[in-house]
Each structure stands twice: as C-alpha cells, then as structure tokens.
Write a protein that binds this ligand. Structure first.
Ligand SMILES: N[C@@H](CCC(=O)N[C@@H](CS)C(=O)NCC(=O)O)C(=O)O
Length: 206
C-alpha cells in the first residue's frame, strides 16, 4: 500500500488531500520537522529523502519526494477523476502546477513566515512587505484567469485547480488580507477548500 511520510501540518497535507480526492488508500507515518530531534533529519529518513524534507512517499517500492511531483504522479497512476481528459487539459495542468510552484509559492511562504508563523520577535516586516508586493501581480494573473474561465482546468474543477488550491491553501488558512483584493480567486479558493474531500483532509491537520 502507498505510504505517506510527513506530519500533516506541512506540505504532506497536499498529498493527503490528493489521496482523498482520488480515493487512494494510504498508510501514514508521521515525520516531524522544525523541532529538536526532528525525524526528517534521522538517517533512515535521509536514506528515503536526501533533501530531509517532507513529504516523501513509498508507492510499492517507488520512493519519491517533492509534493507537486508526487501529486502529479499519483493522480495519473491511480486514475484520479481530476486527471485531464486530453493533451490540452494536461498542458493547462502543467502550466498552473509550475506557475504556483515557481512564481506564487516562494513569496507566499516568505509572507506566511514573516507575517503569521514565526514568533513576533523573529519576523522581518520588510521581507514580508516585499513578498506581498511580489505576490500582487502573480495573484492578478490568477484572478484574470478566473474572470475568463470558471476554473483553472476550464469548465470543471480538475487537476489544474487542485495544483493551485493545494499550494494556495496556506493563504486561506492564514487568512491573508491580500485575498480581499482578488475576489474571484478568494471565492474559488473558499469553494476549493470546502469541497467534501478537502474537508476530510483538513480534519487531519486543522
Ligand atoms: N519543494 C518541496 C518543499 C518541501 C518542504 O520544504 N517541506 C517542509 C515542510 S512544509 C519541510 O520539510 N521543512 C523541514 C526543514 O526544512 O527542515 C515540496 O514541495 O515537497
């Protein structure tokens, strides 16, 4: 059976959400991060994931890491109902997966850390402000897409939507004020994280 390594309050949540959406059974093994003696630094885990981060999966002997790559792999292998039906849908899925990973997530994480997560004395307001400025044009691209199409995947909520939503969940969970500037995206994100299977996955970590 598929094994998922990583505490749910981490990007491992994204894999759990994909498994729920796609009806993929899995066994979960907690791997802690960012604490004294974190499991992710232990030799047995480093042998699975030399980058010492979570998540990692073991799918009947196929060990892999990087949450976006894992989700694209699992959705295809287990014939997720979210998987695109044609080459154009696949192109759209890959475009949005790379866009959120490369352009949206890095400033989003900086903003999350320096506005919301770090203890106040460790926060750097300048870094947070810069990250917010970097995010604005990136968010506008997504807002404009949703002005033209109901979903990132087109007419139905599909894998492109999952790839954007699973990264953007952090904006929703932390109630990023900038979401108010992008009402179509905010409504889409609210609806995404309130899908029945998203709620099931959220129960694991919220
Ligand atoms: N690009 C990687 C990032 C993985 C990552 O940074 N995971 C964080 C948790 S969300 C982690 O393991 N942090 C522990 C550390 O940096 O020591 C992915 O998407 O899987």
């Amino acid at each position: 059976m598929l094994k998922l390594y990583g505490q749910y309050r981490s990007r491992a949540f994204r894999v759990a959400w994909l498994c729920k959406e796609s009806n993929i059974p899995y066994e979960h093994q907690n791997v802690t991060i960012n604490v004294e003696g974190a499991t992710c630094k232990e030799p047995w885990y480093t042998a699975l994931n030399p980058n010492q981060r979570v998540p990692t999966i073991d799918d009947d002997g196929l060990v892999m890491w990087e949450s976006a790559a894992i989700n694209l792999y699992l959705a295809e292998k287990y014939r997720s109902p979210l998987w695109p039906k044609d080459a154009a849908g696949k192109a759209r899925m890959l475009q949005w997966a790379f866009y959120v990973a490369n352009d949206v997530e890095p400033p989003m994480i900086t903003l999350q850390r320096h506005r919301h997560m770090l203890p106040p004395e460790q926060r750097n307001a300048k870094l947070a402000d810069e990250a917010e400025q970097q995010m604005l044009p990136k968010m506008k691209v997504m807002e404009d897409c949703l002005a033209r199409n109901k979903f990132f995947s087109g007419n139905d909520w599909g894998m492109a939507d999952f790839m954007v939503a699973s990264v953007s969940y952090a904006m929703w969970f932390n109630k990023f004020p900038l979401l108010e500037k992008f009402p179509k995206f905010k409504d889409w994100l609210d609806a995404s994280v309130n899908r029945p299977m998203a709620k099931e996955a959220r129960k694991l970590r919220e």
